[in-house]
Design a protein around this ligand. Structure first.
Ligand code: GDP
Ligand code: MN
Length: 397
């Protein structure tokens, strides 16, 4: 689950990470109130208006703007709220901005080369450890730094058993070229950032930029957080931060129905039980000359209700030209699934306009094939994997 910048900053702050202060607003008037409050609290005269959407590169798309007085705060907030923000990380339709974060301006006026760093904490799956990735080249997008000047990217592997050790924090501050007060501040910053990552059960905490202010404070100006969904049950307060407006509508619906569904770009919808078989099925579709339109795992109990929900999801996708149902009957009996498919088909009848290939293998597979073949519906059955692939190829060509 991804968070908005302001939510990530709330978590950071709760773990003692120094952040650029801000208040969220959903209207231009609220934005002005927020700006006034920030002036009272921090003494800042200038504010930054930042679009809150689940996408980076907002600055480049016009979603981050500096306001030098309250009139500008109002104008800019009015422009940004409700706009469709297009950034290098969104689709060309962009993302609708529902809220903005009003922050204190923390940059030194006239400083054209502020000291901005990149820092992220993430899970290094290959090593089974956590990793801090950092660079003195912050502010710009890290992929470009990685491509053009890979020597400017450093990594520090953190053993989850010990957490970040003081010498590691010092090494990071040193590699970022810091000394004196800023050095000490950076050690504190990276230590509490690691604690925030660990304590929130995140799989990614990315801060770009981390800023060294003109008075040598280190603070998070941006935040990108991905929480580990499997650990959300331990964090009810973070779970409440979910903003489903930012998520794929079909994926939200799938979640409600207990299905694992990921929307993809291809033309063959798939309905499969088990994640491994779903992956193999996607490979199979590619081999047959198609492209999977989705990943869909209906889980162990592929009953009529789930099959129907799965059908509904796939049929919403206009790119789908064929549907491949690939179920292995281990615990679930194939004949039950076949009955489910027939029943779901009857319920959805006129909505189904694309060919369907069903491959059922395992317990009572022969019986299942009979049920499909005798149903009189426009459904092709197959018993073997290869057979199913050939049929997909046939209907696509
Ligand atoms: P992103 O473009 O989505 O990554 O959004 P960021 O939060 O990183 O903001 C984009 C850029 O806005 C930053 O790299 C900064 O250069 C600039 N920015 C952010 N906060 C301030 C601020 O307080 N003052 C000024 N002058 N610029 C800021
Ligand atoms: Mn950023």
């Amino acid at each position: 689950m991804n968070l908005h910048e302001y939510q990530g900053k709330e978590i950071l702050s709760s773990f003692g990470v120094n952040i650029q202060r801000g208040i969220v607003a959903t209207t231009a008037d609220e934005a002005v109130e927020a700006a006034k409050k920030l002036t009272e609290e921090t003494g800042t005269g200038w504010h930054v208006i930042k679009a809150q959407v689940h996408a980076g590169g907002r600055g480049k798309g016009g979603g981050v703007k500096l306001a030098k007085n309250l009139k500008e705060v109002k104008e800019i907030a009015d422009n940004i709220i409700g706009m469709n923000l297009v950034t290098p990380q969104t689709t060309k339709e962009g993302k609708k901005v529902n809220q903005v974060l009003i922050t204190e301006d923390v940059y030194y006026p006239g400083d054209n080369e502020p000291d901005e760093y990149y820092m992220s904490v993430l899970l290094d799956r290959a090593q089974g450890k956590n990793m801090i990735m950092y660079s003195p080249e912050g502010g710009m997008d890290i992929e470009t730094v990685a491509e053009k000047t890979p020597d400017k990217i450093f990594t520090e592997v953190i053993d989850p058993a010990t957490g970040i050790l003081p010498f590691q924090a010092r090494k990071i501050a040193f590699n970022l070229g810091l000394s004196g007060k800023a050095f000490k501040e950076m050690c504190k910053f990276v230590t509490s950032l690691y604690k925030a990552y660990e304590g929130s059960d995140s799989s990614l905490f990315e801060i770009n930029p981390v800023l060294k202010t003109s008075d040598d404070k280190i603070m998070a100006v941006d935040s990108k957080v991905t929480l580990d969904d499997s650990a959300l049950f331990r964090h009810k307060d973070y779970e409440a931060m979910r903003d489903i407006r930012e998520e794929d509508a079909a994926e939200v619906e799938a979640k409600k129905a207990g299905l694992s569904y990921v929307n993809l770009d291809g033309n063959v919808g798939c309905m499969v039980n088990g994640a491994g078989l779903a992956m193999a099925t996607m490979d199979l579709i590619k081999q047959a000359g198609g492209e999977p339109a989705n990943f869909l795992d209906v889980g162990g109990t592929a009953d009529a209700k789930r099959v129907e929900e799965a059908f509904r999801l796939i049929l919403k996708d206009e790119k789908v030209e064929a549907i491949l149902i690939n179920i292995f009957g281990g615990i679930v009996r194939c004949d039950r699934v076949a009955e489910g498919v027939v029943e779901a088909y009857k319920n959805l009848g006129d909505q189904i306009k694309v060919p369907i290939i069903v491959r059922l293998q395992g317990t009572n597979a022969d019986l299942a094939k009979e049920i499909i073949d005798n149903s009189g519906l426009n459904v092709e059955s197959a018993v073997l994997f290869k057979e199913a692939a050939d049929k997909v190829h046939e209907v696509l060509s």
